[in-house]
Ligand binder design. Sequence first.
Ligand SMILES: O=C(O)C[C@@](O)(CF)CCOP(=O)(O)OP(=O)(O)O
Length: 326
Amino acid sequence: MFSGKVRAYTNIALIKYWGKENQELIIPMNNSLSLTLDAFYTETQVLFSKDLTEDQFYLDNQLQDSKATLKVSRFLDLARKKADCTLYATVRSQNFVPTAAGLASSASGLAALAGAASAALKLDLSSEELSRLARRGSGSACRSIYGGFSEWQKGTSDETSYAVGIASDGFEDQLSMIFVVVNDAQKDISSRDGMQRTVETSAFYGGWLQTVPQDLAKARKAIAEKDFIALGEVTEASALKMHGTTLAATPPFTYWSAESMKAMNLVRQIRNDGLPCYFTMDAGPNVKILVERKNEEALLNALRDQFDAQQVVVAHTGPAIEILSE
Ligand SMILES: O=C(O)C[C@@](O)(CF)CCOP(=O)(O)OP(=O)(O)O
């Protein structure tokens, strides 16, 4: 019996990943850069045993259906292949998210699965090798191997596409990310489907892609110089450009709801009133606000009379993936 249990944290991209060069290997069109957060994480245990006759997948103590289990099995096959292992496994994942608003991310889930499978099989992978394995589960998961800031280097192959940590001298400890969980969400298009449709049909996709390298350079410089304003500006710009591409897709779509717009407009107003804060958004209607930790309380006060308390979740920088037991 081989068992491993890890905890992996979610990450939010400041410079977005939005589009694949290779669907099967999940090689992205561009590099991306993220901040790992402490507020949402996944704990996953993988147990390989000769007594099992098939893979089993429990999510939050619920046995999952064959569709969800097949995805996990396909991913476990990658780890099994690395270990010349033919045993089946029981996977138990628990998402720890402070609100029921389905904030759990595929990033923490797939990073935790990669880490737990690797620990169970004693693959003894380096962070980069573990990042490569997690990438095969979900692109953004490859960044959750690291704490703080990390950059996913797009690479051109399975071997060369993985994330690395960014030296930041503790700048991430000066930041907060406030989640505004909106309630009026319509049925989301998954990030995987959304980016594929955008790459294949959006007239704006090329323009997005052209601006990513310069945005990455601005973000790296801002981190090196601990320049919050510069980091916030490029973060908000990257999100707006990414979401702009969806409007020119066929058929067009947007992740923004009326409440998303309300939150984004409020951030702009608070910033114009003198409190530096910037928003970002991903494949859903929730709005994430980047603010300096010293201004966190002031921002929460400004949000309080516009949003219910349980809609607002505070996150700070989170650690690298943690082995809980092997
Ligand atoms: O996180 C970012 O960089 C930006 C996004 O969150 C914007 F929505 C995309 C994340 O995509 P993911 O879920 O990783 O897709 P997969 O590779 O198809 O599993």
